[in-house]
Design a protein around this ligand. Sequence first.
Ligand SMILES: [Zn+2]
Ligand SMILES: [Zn+2]
Length: 112
Amino acid sequence: MAVMTHTQNRPSVDYRDLTPATQQRLDQILERADNTSDAGEYNSLMLGVAALAGIDIAYGGEVLRCSCTCVCPAVFDNADPDARTIEESCGFNLPIRQCPPCADRHPAPDLD
Ligand SMILES: [Zn+2]
Ligand SMILES: [Zn+2]
């Protein structure tokens, strides 16, 4: 059983621990969330992603796959204060973020 080193962190899961069917559904929902122009639909889709991943978020929260260049398998709660923005997601909804362990180990350069 993996133990998170920072106990104050929000939960995250390993994408590779999900079944292939769950991975596929999760990616499909994330893609829809990325492209929807409806905030209500976005929030609903995020709840779907959270349920698939087994991460408990509030309505309005976000669950993201880590966008780090190290091809990280983390699926994490974007409310985690240690997550870090990699770049602005121009024209899309999903923030491009590093999961907390990646932000700790090899943080993306500051945007400004
Ligand atoms: Zn990561
Ligand atoms: Zn990384």
